[in-house]
Design a protein around this ligand. Structure first.
Ligand code: DGT
Ligand code: MG
Length: 392
């Protein structure tokens, strides 16, 4: 007979591919997790996220409660939900939630680039419900939110792998103009093998440490002159100001949160078809086409024209010094839960502090250097998990 290998409660000790055999349950759990997140209930958010994640890692379809024997991270609430779905195909709590106006509205508002839960909740409490109500309001938006509203209909479309590869070529051309042997790596969900993403994440480095300094502003200036950049927000490297013994979620690399203007490929130009998921386009926009500019909230619609030959795509560029490259790569590959559990595992089982810059060993009072992700897993005492199996 076979010996059942126990399932680890740590996402960083499980192999989670994109082949999710329990989508019916994980979709439901993700909605409860999302609702908890939108209500700033951190505990339930984590509990539902962990429950969903452990089911994603199972190599079999759950068809009866007995299949869950010995599976960690499943609390009473999650088990009840699974049981209800096993019995009737749906879960009442989830069905109610997706009809809930607050849930729907906060989900919509937080899907705007630059809008977090606190802002979305504030607008909801002020009685606002739709994007056009936001656009018509007297709200003072940030530059990021203005861009988010201006390009909303494009930015909610999934970005395809083909588009991500195209953007990689554009960035390579721009970066190599200023730093010919710079290394550009596709990170985030696409590095984990996803076919679609909400944005495209890149990590840039150079073998000669220091050569990467100042790169990002040159690259963005050049691409802006080429008409490729619709929005950019550059943050300088601030690692020198950091108390390194912190395991915070955000890193201190030089980076740019941007929106690219991606020319559509010829085969996608048939009338009435947008890039690949045209039918998903939001239909809220009444405004007129391409003339919209960020100056006035009443013109926050630039992606309404169906026959326009470009698509707005969110792109994150991160620049890491070569000595921190492996840590940056690990930190920017995700998934979010995989990252969270790596840091938690480092802290509790290794007495180490992991972030996207370094690994600090509290017992030896020293930084552990690593040139590859494999070396970082080894420092942590973990089996190496390749990116395609980090879809926790
Ligand atoms: P998606 O939604 O298809 O883009 O999926 P992902 O997995 O690419 O998610 P994304 O783009 O939000 O983040 C990619 C990874 O990078 C994820 O593990 C979290 C991490 N990450 C995102 N933003 C930041 C940040 O500001 N600082 C740090 N250190 N990590 C970040
Ligand atoms: Mg991403």
């Amino acid at each position: 007979g076979t010996i059942a290998v126990p399932v680890s409660p740590h996402a960083c000790q499980r192999r989670t591919t994109l082949n999710n055999r329990n989508r019916l349950f994980t979709d439901a759990l993700n909605i409860l997790a999302e609702n908890a997140e939108l209500s700033e209930n951190e505990g339930p958010y984590l509990a539902f996220t962990r429950a969903s994640s452990v089911l994603k890692s199972l190599p079999y379809n759950v068809t009866k409660m007995d299949d869950l024997k010995g599976i960690p991270n499943l609390g009473d609430h999650s088990r009840k939900l699974i049981e209800e779905i096993l019995e009737g195909g749906t879960c009442n709590e989830v069905q109610d939630l997706i009809q809930n106006v607050r849930y729907q509205t906060l989900k919509k508002f937080t899907s705007i680039f630059g809008v977090g839960v606190k802002t979305a909740d504030k607008w909801f409490k002020e009685g606002l419900r739709t994007l056009n109500e936001l656009r018509a309001s007297t709200i003072k938006f940030t530059k990021q939110q203005e861009a988010g509203l201006l390009y909303y209909e494009d930015l909610i479309l999934p970005v395809t792998k083909v588009e991500a590869d195209l953007i990689k070529q554009i960035i390579e051309e721009a970066v190599h103009r200023f730093l010919p042997s710079a290394i550009i790596t596709l990170t985030g969900g696409f590095r984990r093998g996803k076919e679609y993403g909400h944005d495209v994440d890149f990590l840039i480095t150079h073998r000669e440490e220091g050569r990467e300094e100042g790169l990002i502003s040159k690259v963005i200036s050049w691409m802006t002159a080429q008409g490729i950049i619709l929005y950019d927000d550059i943050t300088d490297n601030s690692y020198h100001k950091w108390k390194y013994k912190e395991s915070e979620t955000f890193d201190r690399f030089a980076k740019c949160f941007s929106i690219f203007k991606l020319q559509k490929m010829v085969h996608n130009l048939e009338p009435g078809r947008t890039c690949s998921h045209g039918s998903l386009a939001a239909n809220e926009t009444r405004g007129i086409g391409l003339a919209g500019h960020a100056g006035s909230p009443r013109h926050l619609t630039a992606t309404a024209a169906k026959d326009k030959d470009w698509k707005a795509v969110r792109v994150d560029l991160v620049v890491a010094p070569f000595g921190q490259y492996a840590y940056a790569l690990l930190g920017w590959t995700g998934s979010r839960l995989f990252e969270r559990d790596l840091r938690r595992y480092a802290k509790h089982f290794g007495h180490m502090i992991l972030n996207s810059h370094s690994l600090f060993d509290n017992k030896q009072n020293t930084f552990l250097l690593a040139a590859t992700e494999e070396e970082i897993f080894a420092h942590l005492g973990l089996d190496y998990i390749p990116p395609q199996e980090r879809n926790a």
